[in-house]
Ligand binder design. Structure first.
Ligand code: BGC
Length: 499
């Protein structure tokens, strides 16, 4: 599909510079591309101990290590979406989105972590939210787990313990049984690479995440290994038992970051490709590739390094042939989250941090100074990388249907967010170019519907189309300029590109 750049006369769009009658360039948005926005339970719900809700690893992290959150805040109240979900749906209606992606808090539904107790209030909350969405013609996309697992599982090592595969399967069954009659789009996990790397392995900068295990070079690999099995378990359960009647789709949200070669040298190109396989392929390859299993380059390097380091077995765990088959092909779409890119930096690379993921990769990742800097330290804007990442996924794994499940911009407070509009425009242009390249992208999700608890950055940086006043009793939500931009984009189905 070719999406040419055309010209039209401005319609008085109030979010950017275009005024009535000014000639502007635009790209038409294909009918096949639908629009969404997203949140995650821990980041918005609040009501952390209301009714019989159990404690999650994140509840524990913010309460026991407040110094690890940049502004010392907690998500105890967050946006209070637990009580204000109707207002959230009003905002979605205002935007005119087709879908809302949100996640279920495992411990709100299953306070003990196990299906021996299903919370009536928890189930009611999600039923009410889903019903309110459907009443307003917005389709739910439900993430089964967005990082906040029951804290009780830390007693047995969290995701490093293979038992969690079955525990997750039991939880997913409850979720499908309760909500699958109305939810037709499922996301098993959100960015397991990030959760495993920064929750079980390295603790760098803003990235330190719960449960803060710091089991470098081992914990992150065990974690992801079990998450992959748990994802596959949920896929097969859904596919065999629920899909025949519920007829939905199930996939997962892969973290992606574009690996940009620093120069055209062979070494730089090789490092960039290695970066793609370590950061993205680690989770994607076992699920989407024809052969399954981890990317061969990871297998080769980590096996070798483990041996040199005196380990009796590879720190990258092995799958059995049955497991490889069981995990391979467990998707109905390829889910991608994209924010930024990275270049391989061998100069800053700390050889002594052994064993570690970074040490295995052989370099540290750095963002180019020419990429636009944001308040949040891990994101520098590189819109062109979006098109490249999408094409890379297609080239590696085939031209499957693609859902963009997250993409967005972090700013300070304030509703005049022209920079966010410019950034969304450039991201979307890159996305439309990927569609022109032939990639089958059918969903775009803007992160986030509203400002929320941004993990270790607390409330310092804002990612919402709506600004939230966290000091007001009803967590007042006000649309930013970018909300008008998104609304206009969805309504007109035109992306104006000379803002
Ligand atoms: C996570 C979101 C987070 C966003 C911005 C993504 O990696 O899925 O929960 O808010 O990044 O940091």
């Amino acid at each position: 599909m070719n999406i040419p750049i055309e010209k039209c006369y401005g319609q008085g769009y109030d979010g950017g510079k275009n005024v009535q009658g000014e000639k502007i360039d635009f790209m038409n948005i294909p009918e096949t591309l639908r629009f969404a926005t997203a949140t995650a339970a821990f980041q918005v719900e609040g009501a952390w101990n209301e009714s019989d809700k159990g404690e999650s690893v994140w509840d524990d992290f913010v309460h026991s290590k407040p110094e690890r959150i940049v502004d010392g805040s907690t998500a105890d109240e967050a946006c209070d979406s637990y009580h204000l979900y109707k207002r959230d749906v009003e905002m979605l209606v205002e935007l005119g989105v087709d879908y809302y992606r949100f996640s279920i808090a495992w411990t709100r539904l299953l306070p003990t972590g196990f299906p021996n107790k299903i919370s009536v209030d928890g189930a009611n909350y999600y039923n009410n939210l889903i019903n309110e969405l459907i009443k307003n013609n917005i389709k739910p996309i439900v993430t089964i787990n967005h990082w906040d697992i029951p804290n009780v599982f830390q007693k047995i090592g969290g995701w490093t313990n293979v038992l969690l595969v079955d525990y997750f399967g039991d939880y997913a069954r409850v979720v499908f049984e309760l909500f699958g009659d109305r939810v037709k789009e499922w996301v098993t996990f959100n960015e397991p690479q990030i959760m495993c790397l920064f929750g079980y392995g390295e603790q760098v900068g803003i990235h330190g995440l719960a449960p803060d295990m710091q089991f470098n070079g081992i914990g992150e690999y065990l974690c992801l290994h079990n998450v992959l099995k748990a994802h596959a378990k949920a896929y097969h359960l859904y596919n065999d038992t629920f899909k025949p009647t519920q007829k939905g789709k199930l996939g997962t949200a892969t973290y992606t970051s574009w690996g940009e070669p620093e120069t055209d040298s062979v070494d730089d190109k090789e490092n960039a490709e290695k970066f793609m396989h370590f950061m993205t392929g680690w989770y994607s390859h076992p699920i989407y590739s024809k052969d399954g299993d981890y990317p061969p380059i990871m297998r080769k390097i980590i096996n070798k390094r483990s041996e040199i380091q005196g380990f009796k077995m590879s720190r990258l765990p092995a799958f059995t042939t049955e497991e490889i088959k069981y995990i391979k092909g467990t998707f109905d779409y390829m889910g991608i989250n994209y924010y930024t890119g990275g270049v391989a930096d061998t100069s800053r690379f700390n050889q002594t941090k052994v064993p570690s993921f970074e040490n295995d990769m052989g370099f540290t990742s750095r963002q180019k100074v020419e990429w636009e800097k944001l308040i949040i330290t891990w994101i520098r804007i590189y819109p062109e990388g979006f098109r490249k990442v999408i094409n890379w996924m297609v080239k590696q794994y085939g031209n499957h249907e693609i859902y963009i499940l997250e993409n967005g911009f972090a700013s300070e407070r304030g509703i005049n967010d022209d920079r966010r509009i410019k950034c969304y425009t450039n991201y979307l242009k890159s996305l439309l170019e990927a569609i022109s390249d032939g990639c089958n992208v059918t969903l775009y999700t803007a992160w986030s519907l509203m400002d929320n608890f941004e993990w270790r950055s607390g409330y310092l940086n804002r990612m919402g189309l709506f600004e939230v006043d966290f000091n007001s009793p009803n967590k007042t939500r006000v649309p930013r300029k970018s909300a008008s931009f998104y609304k206009e984009l969805i309504k007109s189905r035109k992306l104006k590109i000379n803002l």
